[in-house]
Design a protein around this ligand. Structure first.
Ligand code: CU
Length: 331
């Protein structure tokens, strides 16, 4: 974790970066063939509900939606591939939200939705190649889809205002025989649900993002941002550590982090180039606030702490897996 390890992000680009925030490909409605083999519940079944991360205390007052504010849509179309979720909106209004899901990849992909939380125990099992069920590890989470290559489905879910993470936890094998869950390859996004108590401010682009590091001993450790959308160019992060120990603040493009994660859990240092990452803040102390600016290009980005902690049994965990992470959009 020494110093800045990479400074040039200009070359970063990503095929799927343009289908952002309410912009539908081709300007029209995405039509997805629905398949009877989908995981839609019986028509009479009530949609599941998920409790989100509560709004950040630093949230700006309610703002009227401006021209630069992505509209919330009650239907979200998701295309899954190796290893991304291409979503035509990352904003939805509170209430019943309709999801369509098309697996356009070559592997099975699932689609879990949950409030950001401690995933350390679950991800450790997943990376070890163990067959474990998400419902036994994830709190208040719903698996909306689990579909083989080529299949499509649709499903509804009731969402309260707040932030949610969506991930694919399907396991696949590396050439060396080790196992990775698809989330580690970048198949993860954050969804903002707007409504009472959680106005559109988080998705109104702004070149300053305030982040609070918060959490409790024994519980989840979270990064709570006041924004998830920034315009391309200089983006300023104002980070406050409300916890009792120091944390790092690393920014990198969303993508394949699996090799980085494996090496980091094994104790490797100085490997941020593996994720094209920049350590903007190192060991930001308890109670401290720091401000750093970074030039960002359009696409999806991750902010996280990759300090390695120890579980009571001595096994390592990444602070990011404990919840110190968020995915944001630069447009
Ligand atoms: Cu940390």
């Amino acid at each position: 974790m020494k110093r800045k390890e990479i400074h040039n992000h200009k070359k970063f680009s990503r095929r799927n970066v343009l289908k952002l925030m309410g912009v539908t490909a081709g300007g029209g409605v995405v039509t997805i063939a629905l398949n009877a083999c989908g995981t839609a519940p019986a028509p009479t079944a009530a949609p599941p509900t998920v409790t989100p991360l509560p709004p950040p205390p630093t949230l700006a007052p309610t703002q009227a939606a401006g021209a630069d504010t992505a509209p919330a849509v009650a239907t979200v179309n998701v295309v899954a591939k190796e290893f991304v979720f291409e979503m035509d909106s990352l904003v939805a209004p509170a209430g019943k939200v309709h999801f369509t899901f098309k697996n356009a990849g070559k592997m099975t992909h699932d689609f879990w939705i949950y409030a950001p939380q401690d995933l350390t125990a679950y991800l450790a099992k997943k990376r070890a190649g163990e067959k474990v069920k998400g419902k036994n590890y994830l709190k208040g989470a719903t698996e909306l889809f689990d579909l083989e290559a080529g299949k499509s489905g649709e499903n509804d879910i009731v969402l309260q205002p707040g932030y949610y993470e969506v991930s694919c936890f399907v396991q696949s094998k590396n050439p060396d025989g080790s196992t990775f869950p698809h989330i580690d390859k970048g198949q993860v996004q954050w969804l903002t649900v707007t409504g009472p108590g959680f106005p559109p401010a988080p998705v109104t682009p702004a070149n300053t993002i305030a982040v609070e590091m918060k959490g409790e001993e024994g519980g989840a450790w979270l990064f709570v941002p006041d924004k998830l959308v920034a315009p391309a160019g200089e983006v300023t992060f104002k980070v406050t550590n409300s916890m009792k120990m120091a944390h790092d603040f690393v920014v990198h493009p969303l993508g394949d982090a699996s090799e980085f994660i494996t090496k980091r859990l094994g104790g490797a240092k100085g490997i941020y180039p593996l994720i094209k990452g920049e350590e903007l803040m190192e060991d930001l102390g308890a109670g401290k606030t720091d401000t750093k600016t970074m030039k960002l290009t359009p696409g999806f980005w991750v902010a996280a702490c990759y300090i390695v902690g120890k579980n009571p049994d001595g096994s390592p965990f990444l602070h990011s897996d404990r919840g110190q992470r968020f995915v944001f959009t630069v447009k």
